[in-house]
Design a protein around this ligand. Structure first.
Ligand code: FES
Length: 84
């Protein structure tokens, strides 16, 4: 199972963390990935910046609402084949 951890700390909340969570939930639903990809809310990752902090494995990213599909295609799809 691949996990996407999304910060819901104050700064990230204000930048749209719940919209980002919702976008990933839609992507999981559309692609029927429930058994391979999960979305989890997380406390502050000490990576507050220009967007919502997202951790995928050990890597941290900052996403803005509306950018999740692009992120999914670039960073998650290549890893899905390795996940069962
Ligand atoms: S509030 Fe999200 S990384 Fe700090």
């Amino acid at each position: 199972m691949l996990e996407i951890n999304i910060c819901v700390g104050t700064a990230c909340h204000l930048m749209g963390a719940y919209n980002v969570i919702h976008e990933f939930q839609e992507i999981i639903e559309e692609n029927k990935l429930h058994d391979r990809l999960s979305v989890n809310a997380s406390f502050c990752m000490q990576h507050c910046g220009d967007g919502v902090s997202v951790r995928l494995r050990e890597e941290k990213f900052n996403l803005v609402p509306g950018s999740c599909r692009e992120f999914f295609n670039a960073n998650i799809v290549p890893q899905l084949d390795k996940v069962r």
